[in-house]
Design a protein around this ligand. Structure first.
Ligand code: NG1
Ligand code: ZN
Length: 532
């Protein structure tokens, strides 16, 4: 199936530039004009991965999420809609850095040999892309790789990242007991909207939410979703929904902008009491925000969403009488200290801390019956174990209240995109909870007060010298640096600070939080000074 001539030909048309490529937490991501060769090679890797898994369908998503419009990127999706298995990240990197046709073929041969791959079988791959102007050319290169590898491939066109993950899982589970849904975009809207309507039944109609779509793919997809919901049940106003004008994608808008700048996006005028949220450029991240009566901006980030979701699910589990289901929350070191304190101290829910990167959170969340995981930046979801799903499905309530709660839990398992963080699905989850509690954003925000925090990016000569342990909260190298950080941190009340190399940018990140804004800024600056 793997056609050597075609692989050589593809390599002629898509030559590999002199760039050091690495498959990181976000797949391959960089300036779009450097990605051409990566794409056809990703096509080959996707085909090989499918062959290794007996023809299971693999997904390829072309997006650079919240990054500037000039960037692009590509990620592989495993059969259950999860991120690519880690061991294949290295293989992808190896193929990406192979430059001449002979080296490319020899990397392919070594993968085939390593996994005992039967190249006479059929590979299945689906792909989709975001609104970036560079996508069509990159898709063409991807297709060259898929064809050279003899894969059967389907172009799903413009999709959000979580929609592509959903489609992969649906295709691979079709016709099994584990079927996840109809493998179409429409199937996705039907699944979410039906679950949403069930959960909103008898609940107050919320005033329309304002959704900043970062001028990305979330805009047309949210408009599409709205067609499935009667506006008497729920509705939204879109801000930053222009996907046509060049230069607008993620420009001063979107979840990443709002989280890092801690202010409202371009084009949003905050009225006290109203609800606002932002998606990022590929609609897998979500943050909420509002203005208080004094007009002060307040952010409700991934930590706040995790707290809200955990609280709600724990209550429902109790009301439904299925207390055997345990709920846990997974965070990273970037979670605000107050959120961790609230979760363990008030909700009394187990909390784990893992390294940055969704795959780490996802795997840890699988250890609970219901695992709520969110990065502070708003990327996250809730996972229900097969046992929990079964308990929810088969339990019979002894009272009408228990039955209602069971129905609602069942609907939650369908509303939540369990493959990956999904801004649309997560937003609907938050909306359901606010409706059930009759809460405004401000009331939701009462759970705890975030410690002031600061994230500083430091460009260093070589970020690989920064080695961490303890879920990235402590440096082991460069030697002695952690002690210096500890000495500084000890001078601040509620102080916490850590340093790690970014997995997506050529920089080191310094995080700091402390009791007051001023102290936080001093702490962040002092630690950043140590890193330079
Ligand atoms: P890096 O660049 O490794 O810090 C960033 C985010 C992650 C994750 C990835 C993938 C922060 C501090 N880091 O990783 O949470 O989302 O990008 O997009 O937000
Ligand atoms: Zn994203």
């Amino acid at each position: 199936i793997l056609d050597q001539q075609r692989i050589r030909a593809a390599n002629e048309i898509h030559p590999t530039p002199d760039v050091k490529f690495a498959y990181g937490t976000a797949g391959f991501r960089m300036q779009a004009d450097k990605l051409d060769s990566i794409m056809f090679k990703v096509g080959i890797i996707a085909a090989l991965r499918s062959l290794k898994l007996n023809g299971a369908t693999i997904g390829v998503m072309i997006t650079a999420s919240h990054n500037p419009e000039e960037d692009n990127g590509v990620k592989l999706v495993d059969p259950r809609g999860e991120m690519l298995e880690q061991s294949w990240e290295g293989l992808s990197t190896e193929l990406a850095n192979a430059r001449d046709a002979d080296s490319i073929l020899s990397v392919i041969d070594s993968i085939v040999a390593k996994y005992n791959i039967n190249v006479d079988n059929k590979a299945n791959v689906i792909y989709a892309y975001d609104t970036r102007p560079s996508c069509p050319a990159l898709v063409a290169s991807l297709k060259d790789g898929l064809d050279a590898a003899g894969a059967d491939s389907i172009d799903f066109g413009l999709k959000t990242t979580p929609q592509l993950h959903y489609l992969v899982r649906c295709i691979n589970t079709q016709g099994t007991n584990d079927a996840y849904g109809e493998p179409t975009e429409e199937g996705y809207y039907v699944k979410l909207s039906e679950a949403f309507k069930t959960l909103m039944k008898g609940k107050p109609v919320l005033p329309a939410i304002s959704v900043d779509c970062a001028n990305g793919v979330g805009a047309p997809k949210l408009k599409e979703f709205l067609k499935y919901i009667d506006s008497n049940v729920w509705t939204a106003n879109l801000v930053n929904d222009d996907i046509k004008t060049p230069g607008k994608l993620n420009y001063n808008a979107g979840a990443d902008y709002v989280k890092t700048q801690q202010k409202a996006p371009l084009g949003a005028v905050l009225n006290a009491g109203d609800r606002y949220c932002s998606f990022d450029g590929d609609a897998d991240r979500l943050v909420y925000y509002y203005a208080d009566d004094a007009g002060v901006f307040h952010l409700l980030d991934g930590d706040k969403i995790a707290g809200l979701a955990a609280m709600f699910i724990m209550d429902l589990v109790k009301t439904a009488g299925v207390d055997s289901i345990n709920v846990g929350v997974v965070q990273t070191a970037y979670a605000n200290g107050s959120s961790t304190k609230y979760l363990s101290g008030e909700l009394k829910v187990p909390v784990s801390c893992v390294s940055t990167g969704v795959k780490h959170l996802h795997h840890e969340a699988e250890k609970y019956d219901v695992g709520v995981y969110f990065e502070a930046n708003g990327h996250g979801t809730v996972l229900f174990s097969p046992e929990a799903l079964n308990t929810i499905k088969t339990s019979e309530g002894r009272t009408p209240a228990q039955n209602t709660a069971l129905t609602q839990l069942q609907a939650l398992t369908e509303l939540i995109n369990q493959t990956v963080g999904d801004a649309l699905s997560d937003m609907l989850l938050v909306e359901v909870i606010l409706a059930h509690r009759h809460w405004t954003c401000q009331e939701w925000d009462q759970a705890y007060t975030d410690l002031p925090n600061r994230l500083v990016k430091v460009v260093v000569a070589d970020r690989t010298i920064f080695k961490t342990t303890d879920a990235e909260r402590k440096l082991v190298e460069p030697q002695g640096l952690q002690q210096e950080i500890d000495t500084i941190v000890s001078k601040y009340s509620n102080g916490r600070s850590f340093v790690r190399a970014s997995g997506t940018e050529d920089a080191v990140r310094v995080y700091a939080e402390a009791a007051t804004r001023t102290e936080t800024d001093y702490l962040a600056m002092a630690v950043a000074q140590l890193v330079y």
